[in-house]
Design a protein around this ligand. Structure first.
Ligand SMILES: Nc1ncnc2c1ncn2[C@@H]1O[C@H](COP(=O)(O)OP(=O)(O)OP(=O)(O)O)[C@@H](O)[C@H]1O
Ligand SMILES: [Mg+2]
Length: 341
């Protein structure tokens, strides 16, 4: 503080706004020609701030001119990514503050760079425009995550080397796993407690007290991708370890359905799992049989076939026609509640 008082206003602001002075090392973009910088971390780690500071650097020093800002909803882009405490307006220095025009969903910097706001519940907004950089906030909570992500990636086609920063508290979603495994992604991990210096001590104490050691705490505070569901009969690791390309001849086929119990069955999103048991050797043991079982398909659909309730809208190849089909298992949660022979 004493040092700041001795500086001219612009010098003082330069010091306060100098992100590389204040950032933790993992909040600075890694070197290399990555396409995606994926930050998976606990709540309050500084994800949104890191993305905003990265974008600022891209505009000031890297010549980026067409930026996409994508968040869960239009309100989230506005309230968090643009106008929030860690957002672009708050972190920009007075000499390079972008002009925000909410009606155009647009920020314009003095050098002409433009950032446009997109909501992940309207994936088609990303059809048409082109970008040279993007920030995707809380990807794991996007309603149409895959569709919005695909459209965003297809729009990243300007300049020599477009890049995107993805900041999210993780969830065990396919899109997150795919991004983590992609060779063009660099991943940064972290916990809420890494940013303890900038979070209220009372809040941190409460987080510890309430959530430390719980599953919610592991995901929301520690930023872990929780693949293990304690109520599940099989976990992903077991399934991955035992995958086969072709199942042997099946002696019995069971279609298992997990209807949402709070809505009429005909409206519910159905998840149909066709399981089969075999008299021959195979990867997973079916607990209903002495033989081995195979999960052959899992599918989600709003419509479902009345004949077999398999999740496919007619016309389709009905599992009831599969050789050996003997019945369905209706299930609620992970517990089977009814068995129709
Ligand atoms: N290196 C840092 N120096 C100073 N303040 C920081 C730093 N990193 C983050 N912060 C501050 O910490 C607070 C939390 O940061 P931010 O909102 O970016 O976290 P977040 O991970 O996006 O949180 P959430 O999970 O709720 O979205 C903000 O006030 C932000 O400005
Ligand atoms: Mg955030």
């Amino acid at each position: 503080m004493a040092l700041l008082a001795t500086l001219a206003p612009q010098e003082a602001e330069g010091l306060v706004r100098g992100w590389r002075l204040w950032a933790r090392p993992e909040q600075i973009a890694p070197p290399g020609d990555w396409l995606v910088w994926l930050i998976l971390s606990g709540r309050g780690w500084g994800k949104t701030r890191t993305a905003a500071e990265w974008l600022r650097e891209q505009v000031e020093l890297r010549g980026r001119r067409r930026i996409a800002l994508v968040a869960r909803t239009a309100a989230d882009v506005r309230d968090v990514v643009i106008e929030g405490e860690s957002g672009l307006l708050a972190i920009s220095p007075s000499w390079n503050k972008p002009l925000y025009e909410p009606s155009k969903r647009r920020l314009t910097w003095p050098n002409g760079a433009i950032a446009t706001a997109y909501s992940a519940d309207e994936p088609d907004l990303l059809r048409g425009p082109q970008h040279d950089a993007a920030a995707a906030d809380e990807l794991a909570s996007w309603q149409y995550a895959q569709q919005t992500w695909d459209n965003l990636m297809l729009s990243l086609r300007l300049g020599d080397h477009p890049q995107v920063i993805v900041t999210t508290t993780p969830r065990p979603l396919k899109i997150i796993r795919q991004l983590m495994q992609s060779p063009s992604t660099v991943v940064t991990r972290g916990t809420t407690f890494d940013n303890a210096a900038n979070l209220a001590p009372s809040a941190l104490a409460e987080y510890r007290h309430r959530y430390e050691g719980t599953r919610l705490g592991r995901q929301e505070l520690m930023g872990e991708v929780l693949d293990d569901n304690p109520g599940a009969l099989w976990n992903r690791e077991t399934l991955d370890r035992n995958r086969v390309r072709v199942a042997p001849d099946l002696v019995r086929v069971v279609v298992a359905i997990d209807p949402a119990v709070t809505v009429p069955v005909s409206d519910s999103i159905m998840s149909a799992r066709a399981r089969a048991s075999s008299s021959r050797a195979g990867p997973t043991r079916n607990r209903c049989n002495t033989g081995l079982g195979f999960i052959s398909r899992t599918q989600q659909s709003r419509t479902f076939c009345r004949r077999c309730a398999c999740g496919h809208g007619p016309p389709h190849a009905c599992p009831a026609d599969w050789p050996g089909t003997r019945g369905f298992v209706l299930a609620s949660g992970s517990k089977e509640v009814d068995c129709v022979p």
